[in-house]
Design a protein around this ligand. Structure first.
Ligand SMILES: Nc1ncnc2c1ncn2[C@@H]1O[C@H](COP(=O)(O)OP(=O)(O)OP(=O)(O)O)[C@@H](O)[C@H]1O
Ligand SMILES: [Mg+2]
Length: 397
């Protein structure tokens, strides 16, 4: 126990060698602190902790003992100096009659410089087997229950002194805090993963519900008496199905908050192409354009309106073809073009004064995205060009 640790020689008689060792111990503490803060992988951190503990105390052996409360024993989970089959396998008792158990339960460092004549503690088999003469233990404390203890062992006929405890406890404190930090990071990662699963599940359910609503409207349209009502219900059903399709892609990808716009556009256009047997949709996109999901959805719904219109109006004689492209024009701006080679817009066409829903949705989504929509009358056909900022101008990061 601390009180019984030899104080070592008086200051005036401290040898150069001892002073050098104390300086080395300081360096080790500083280096280990950096290692711990850098987020070194857990197993490596434990190994380094044991290695540096042995080095700083000129001992041949050191180990990290992980407490296993169900068995009231320690597992040697990292260490130096030990032969095969010890690290990761060997266990030692953690009761109050053991050095480690005492350190763990009282929180006080323990030194035994003469294990062969030790009366306070039982010498563990492992130490007997390796001919260990002296040992020193400190607790690895964290905010919750302690992780275990850090132990240094030596066969050499020397003594651990009070100043050695300061070093070992310093190392133990850094290790304890690093273990705690890594535990918290692990918990956080798990919480984020759970959250993402939950969002995927919610997206899945939203998609199912939208599909049900679309089918209900479709059914409703088929029994409506008036042809106008039938048409309106059919259009509403198609729009909801388009939203469902856009959603479906979201919970199938790994990410939640951002997506690859090119890949998303391709998938949604491919779905649309499959749902319109009379019209071919050709897509050419640049890959690797990341956009937030909440911006991608209105952009996709806007494109959906434009493609549907081309299929409905541009080719009265059939042979419908629509070209969709996505190009990055600046670092933060992309252009989506939807083009057909059909009959062209009616002369009276005006996006702002139209009374139908489709173009009003296009206009609204475009404003919501703070994008710029250009409509080109071509010969033949029409091209809609949407200049879309990847981030909303007010959106940070
Ligand atoms: N690619 C196109 N080629 C030719 N005409 C088009 C094209 N896109 C739109 N139009 C014309 O513009 C009009 C307005 O389109 P809009 O999408 O607002 O209405 P809609 O498709 O008739 O109805 P809704 O979309 O509300 O179901 C259409 O009725 C059509 O005459
Ligand atoms: Mg329309």
């Amino acid at each position: 126990m601390v009180e019984e640790a030899p104080a070592g020689p008086p200051e005036s008689e401290v040898s150069i060698e001892t002073l050098q060792l104390r300086i080395r111990q300081q360096e080790i503490l500083a280096d280990f602190g950096v290692l711990a803060l850098k987020g070194t992988p857990f197993a490596e951190l434990l190994d380094q902790g044991a290695r540096l503990a042995a080095e700083g105390l000129k001992a041949e052996f050191a180990k990290v003992l992980k407490f296993m409360p169900e068995e009231n024993r320690f597992l040697v989970c990292a260490g130096v100096g030990w032969g095969p089959g010890v690290v990761g396998h060997a266990t030692v008792g953690a009761d109050m009659a053991s050095l480690g158990g005492y350190a763990l339960k009282t929180g006080k460092p323990v030194i035994s410089n003469h294990l062969d004549i030790e009366e306070r503690f039982r010498t563990p088999e492992l130490l007997v087997e390796y001919g260990i003469h002296r040992a020193m233990n400190v607790i690895l404390q964290n905010d919750h229950s302690p992780y275990g203890v850090l132990e240094v062992d030596s066969r050499l006929e020397d003594e651990f002194v009070a100043a050695d405890i300061v070093f070992l406890q310093g190392l133990g404190n850094i290790l304890g805090m690093a273990i705690e930090r890594q535990r918290m990071e692990r918990d956080l990662r798990q919480a984020v993963e759970r959250q993402q699963l939950l969002i995927k599940e919610v997206n899945h359910r939203v998609n199912n519900s939208l599909s049900i609503v679309a089918s209900m409207l479709h059914l409703h349209s088929s029994v409506a008496e008036s042809s106008d009502v039938r048409l309106e219900l059919h259009e509403a059903s198609s729009r909801i199905a388009a939203i469902a399709r856009a959603h479906q892609r979201l919970y199938k990808s790994d990410r939640i908050d951002t997506l690859d716009l090119g890949a998303y556009l391709t998938e949604v256009c491919t779905d649309l192409d499959a749902s319109m047997p009379d019209c071919e949709v050709r897509v050419v996109v640049e890959e690797g354009i990341e956009i937030r999901t909440d911006r991608a959805i209105p952009a996709i719904l806007l494109v959906n309106e434009l493609i549907t219109n081309a299929a409905k109006y541009a080719y009265p004689a059939g042979d419908c073809r629509v070209w969709v492209t996505l190009t990055r024009v600046q670092r933060e701006t992309v252009v989506i073009s939807v083009r057909d080679e059909g009959v062209g817009l009616p002369p009276t066409f005006d996006i702002k004064s139209g009374r139908r829903l489709g173009m009003r949705l296009v206009d609204t989504f475009s404003q919501q995205l703070q994008a710029h929509l250009q409509i080109l009358r071509k010969n033949p056909g029409t091209e809609f060009i949407l200049a879309l900022p990847l981030k909303a101008p007010s959106q940070d990061g």
